[in-house]
Design a protein around this ligand. Structure first.
Ligand code: SF4
Length: 249
């Protein structure tokens, strides 16, 4: 499973180092809302690994999936990840492999063994492994440095301070700090998501991606309101980055 993150590349390199490229397929599920540089990276990274890259897509973006569900996706209901990634990847796996003959490798590192365990529990009898969870253990910075030694420029979102290279720096599971970072680094992209959120709110009511937990009660805070707070130098939660785990959980 080749997501466009540096750990996917490092995992694929380890796999072909162990077993060669025979029978290896790099499988990428496109959410149609990726950063433009992801496509440059994934093509170069796959060429460097030396195995065929297969790109699959539902065709909808996360916003279009939310529109179809008449609901916001989030941590507890990540149907964007389910329909644009997990279901597609599972279908492709079922069509092209067998549990007895196929191993699925994940781009997760040594801090994420709990995710590997969860996906194995969910997907039995298929076997999932995470080569970068094994020794020698590398940090993300070490993987990025290794990538550069191979002559590949890392995905630009890492250099811009984003923790992952999914959905172009957007995620329904991200928090206020993450969206503040998106506003700082890519205001036009932030505006796009702000408009999409406003559009969806017209049909689903007073819901939003983000929560305001001021005073101990969680209530929706829109991207428009977060932008207003940031621009008027009001407080926001500068520590709430949120997680992703897209395609895995
Ligand atoms: S990265 Fe976030 S928004 Fe994008 S598909 Fe995954 S869970 Fe949904």
């Amino acid at each position: 499973m080749f997501s466009g993150g540096v750990c996917s590349w490092a995992a694929a390199k380890r796999v072909v180092g162990w077993h060669g490229t025979d029978g290896v397929v790099l499988l990428f599920a496109d959410t149609k809302m990726e950063d433009e540089d992801l496509y440059r990276f994934i093509d170069q990274a796959a060429a460097n690994v030396g195995a065929p890259l297969v790109k699959i897509a539902d065709g909808r973006t996360p916003w279009e999936v939310m529109r179809d569900h008449h609901s916001f996706a989030g941590n507890r209901m990540d149907f964007c990840s389910k329909e644009l990634k997990r279901d597609l990847l599972d279908e492709w796996r079922d069509e092209h492999g067998t549990p007895e003959q196929t191993t699925i490798y994940l781009g997760l590192d040594w801090t994420e063994q709990h995710r590997v365990d969860r996906v194995n529990a969910r997907c039995k009898p298929w076997v999932y492994k995470a080569p970068m969870a094994e020794a020698p253990h590398l940090t993300k910075d070490q993987m990025l440095a290794e990538l550069k030694t191979q002559g590949i420029c890392p995905p630009r979102l890492y250099g811009m301070g984003f923790p992952h290279n999914n959905c172009g720096g957007f995620c329904v599971k991200a928090g206020q700090a993450h969206f503040a970072h998106l506003l700082r680094t890519m205001p036009d992209r932030y505006r796009f998501h702000e408009e999409k959120e406003a559009e969806l709110r017209k049909t689903v009511g007073d819901y939003a991606i983000l929560r305001d937990r001021t005073g101990g009660v969680a209530k929706p805070i829109t991207l428009a309101e977060l932008r207003r707070r940031i621009e008027s130098q009001q407080e926001f939660d500068a520590f709430e980055w949120g997680g992703c785990g897209c395609a895995i959980e």
